[in-house]
Design a binder for this molecule. Structure first.
Ligand SMILES: C[S@@+](CC[C@H](N)C(=O)[O-])C[C@H]1O[C@@H](n2cnc3c(N)ncnc32)[C@H](O)[C@@H]1O
Length: 304
């Protein structure tokens, strides 16, 4: 057992006393996640189970939730609190070693968990990707701001800005649906391609940035990613329209709108980066001052 594992074993009985979950934020996470009834859910690093009742309710009688943690003490506390929930089970195991069934879970949740495996992030992301069914979703959530999370971890940047984690998730094969890094919480929702052949791995894309066409018709390596994101944003906006038609609570609608806002900012960042990486590098080489001026204007509009 390493030091951190021992820490959780010893802390389990006092965890709920010292670390009060923010119920409002957890409810907002459930809104953003939009888990379907009947889902098979893994709560990775479930700890004392703060999120289990939310997941249990969302999964409903036709679904099930597996609380998973390497600390037996944490899991014992979770089981004492929530063994009455008929669709919840408890599994001891290390995310880095456990043989998860392949293509099994519809949803994998990591609430306040990612920093504990950040040193092995690629391995963990790959394992959770493999455990998800095609089209399944992975949620990475913190019910406190990123700065506070990193402060708890001695100032180490264990929880990176969303765009950095997004890149890792995308290169593992996920598409980003929502990425929010706010004053109150951190929330990323990504989905595994419904059909794995839909996903074009980064390595399949030309990386050279050499213009295949004359100037102003540069090759954009991120086109597929941008189109995927825009399709999801369109779907999300349609869902918000339906919420308004159904007379849903304004605060729920605002949470969804904030998610769209952050998704639009995310897609803008991808386009801007692509533009800088490819078009502008070429434009500078070819002394195309107009293209450089246009970039300045685009950046000014983007940062307004
Ligand atoms: C900060 S706690 C969060 C617990 C709970 N999700 C919550 O939000 O209250 C992190 C949890 O992850 C568990 N954990 C850390 N590394 C793990 C690993 N490699 N495999 C499984 N569980 C792990 C710890 O035992 C602990 O319960």
């Amino acid at each position: 057992m390493d030091k951190e594992h021992i820490f959780f074993e010893n802390y389990a009985r006092n965890w709920d006393r010292d670390r009060k979950a923010d119920d409002k934020v957890l409810s907002a996470f459930m809104e953003l996640a939009a888990v379907r009834p009947g889902s098979v859910i893994l709560d990775a690093g479930c700890g004392t189970g703060v999120f289990l009742p939310y997941l249990s309710e969302a999964a409903g009688r036709g679904g099930c939730v597996e609380g998973f943690d390497y600390s037996q003490q944490m899991l014992d506390v979770a089981e004492e609190k929530f063994s009455h929930l008929a669709n919840v089970t408890f599994t001891p195991g290390d995310v880095l070693k456990y043989h998860f069934p392949e293509k099994h879970y519809d949803v994998v949740c990591c609430l306040n968990f990612y920093p504990h495996v950040a040193a092995h992030s690629r391995e963990v992301i790959r394992r959770l990707y493999d455990a998800l069914v095609p089209g399944g979703m992975l949620l990475i959530m913190h019910d406190m701001p990123r700065k506070a999370v990193n402060a708890i971890h001695g100032g180490e940047p264990v929880l990176p800005p969303v765009d950095i984690l997004e890149e890792k998730l995308i290169s593992a094969g996920f598409s980003v649906v929502i990425a929010m890094d706010t004053e109150r919480f951190y929330f990323i929702k990504v989905v595994k391609a419904a059909d794995e052949s839909d996903f074009v791995y980064d390595d399949d894309e030309p990386r050279s940035g050499v213009a295949a066409h004359p100037l102003h018709h540069h090759h954009h390596t991120e086109t597929k990613r941008v189109l995927n994101r825009l399709s999801r944003i369109t779907g999300h906006v349609e869902a918000i329209k339906r919420m308004i038609e159904d007379g849903r609570d304004c605060s729920d609608v605002l949470v969804q709108l904030a998610a769209v806002h952050s998704a639009v900012a995310g897609v803008s960042r991808v386009i801007l980066k692509d533009h800088i990486d490819h078009c502008i590098v070429d434009a500078i080489e070819e002394h195309d001052t107009e293209a450089v001026e246009n970039l300045k204007k685009a950046i000014n509009t983007f940062v307004k």
